[in-house]
Design a protein around this ligand. Structure first.
Ligand code: UD1
Ligand code: UDP
Length: 397
């Protein structure tokens, strides 16, 4: 079976890494092999936003890099569509695999479906119910044109059911949980980021910001970076690996803003350093979908810098406070966490595995792809493949 994965942005490389391992495991069992072809749209292109993930996570190199780069939504998506079509015609995959909710996911789904190539969507059914988010449009369109909807959580399955899509949906668990389970101990061995930054475990907060709703709105951006300086000034050093979009927005709209010495603004880091930073942080402040989940998986309290979250399980399990972008609200959420932490470090491990799976989502996806190719209705991991998988327990990082 020939499966073509279309990726282009940082979180997609991490999701793809889990699938790459699952394809290897499947092929190692001597069954009908899966030929995996990777297409990189070029949406993210800086070494620290792309190459580092292929290297660290040992993802096989992309067979095609479309070099699309940055641009407004219409132009970026259109360039991807234009360049994907000949690749699909040349490679003739039996299934196209798209991941998450970026413009690369949308273009991949549209390009394939117009050529009558079946599409499977990893992380299907995720909804914020905020149609002003570009990602929400990408998800809804991708889900409705996809043939196989690979849902990470029960909430995602319920969303698909509400949209009349449940017959195409399979609950697989979350591949980002797989990725954390597979790499947390590697991160603990290899990352030296805490030493480089001169920080001790449990003594700092970790922050990321990159969503359009925060970077493209000067008031929200100012509120967030003001809160970061306040928190760092109150005695909790803060590490901020800055997305290039946010770096540009700060330069353009807040040229006079300057971080305090205890606010460590650093370039984007690789996945292993990131797992180590999350695993040892006192708390995380973020508008990233992936990072909200990783904080939850690794038992780190989270403050979400948005008005809503797709990952409602993290809030229901009291692991995440949705604070928005106003400095007073962000500071209040941090105080709430300090108060709760005084009673002990929370343990979300059980809630994380109940909601997001058991670290075998990618293997279930492989089975779902094979079943879909054979036209079978039921999918689930084969017993021997299940036995071959090891989930990793251990330290937070
Ligand atoms: C994209 C996704 C978002 C995802 C995020 C992950 C869309 C609509 N958005 O947002 O869902 O959460 O990736 O990080 O697909 N840039 C660089 N170097 C790079 C990449 C980007 O400098 O390697 C800068 C460019 O100025 C670019 C800006 O970042 O214009 C935004 O990049 P883009 O890929 O359009 O969107 P993201 O904000 O990264
Ligand atoms: N990430 C990383 N380095 C960074 C920032 C994020 O490795 O400097 C990882 C993070 O751990 C998570 C993923 O990138 O696995 C999330 O990507 P991002 O926040 O860019 O996108 P989102 O998940 O919001 O779509």
């Amino acid at each position: 079976m020939r499966v073509l994965s279309i990726v282009g942005a940082r979180p997609q490389f991490i999701k793809m890494a889990a699938l790459a391992r699952a394809f290897e495991r499947h092929n190692g069992l001597g069954r009908e092999p899966i030929e995996s072809i990777i297409v990189h749209t070029g949406q993210h292109y800086d070494a620290e936003m792309s190459d580092i993930f292929f290297d660290e996570l040992e993802i096989p190199p992309a067979a095609f890099n479309l070099g699309v780069g940055s641009g407004p939504h219409g132009r970026q998506t259109a360039h991807m569509l234009e360049k994907l079509e000949p690749v699909l015609l040349q490679t003739r995959p039996e299934m196209v695999l798209i991941y998450g909710d970026t413009n690369s996911s949308l273009a991949g789904a549209l390009a394939a479906v117009k050529l009558h190539t079946p599409v499977a969507h990893v992380e299907a059914g995720v909804r914020s119910f905020n149609r002003r988010m570009p990602e929400e449009i990408n998800r809804v369109v991708a889900d409705h044109v996809s043939d196989l909807l690979l849902a990470p959580t029960r909430t995602a399955m319920e969303n698909l059911e509400r949209e009349g899509l449940s017959r195409r949906a399979v609950l697989t668990g979350d591949v980002m949980y797989d990725a954390v389970a597979a790499h947390r101990q590697v991160a603990a061995r290899r990352s030296s980021i805490l030493g480089i930054l001169g920080l001790a475990p449990g003594t700092y907060a970790l922050a990321t910001v990159h969503r359009a709703e925060n970077t493209d709105d000067a008031e929200r951006l100012e509120g967030i970076v003001t809160a970061f300086n306040d928190i760092a000034g109150d005695g909790l050093p803060l590490v901020l690996p800055l997305h290039p979009r946010t770096a540009q927005a700060v330069r353009a709209t807040l040229p006079r803003w300057s971080p305090r010495p205890s606010l460590h603004v650093i370039p984007p880091v690789g996945y292993l350093d990131m797992l180590c930073l999350v695993g040892h942080a006192r708390l995380v402040l973020t508008d990233s979908g992936g990072l909200q989940k990783e904080a939850f998986f690794l038992g780190c309290p989270c403050v979400t810098l948005r008005e809503e979250t797709e990952w409602t399980e993290t809030v229901e399990a009291a692991g995440n406070i949705v604070a928005g972008a106003a400095p007073a609200a962000i500071r209040a959420a941090v105080r709430t966490w300090e108060h709760r932490l005084a009673g002990g470090v929370p343990d979300f491990a059980a809630a994380a595995s109940t909601s997001f799976g058991d670290g075998r989502a990618a293997d279930r996806i492989v089975q779902a792809l094979l079943a879909a190719a054979q036209g079978a209705a039921h999918v689930g991991p084969a017993a021997d493949e299940t036995a071959a998988i090891n989930t990793t327990e251990g330290a937070r990082c």
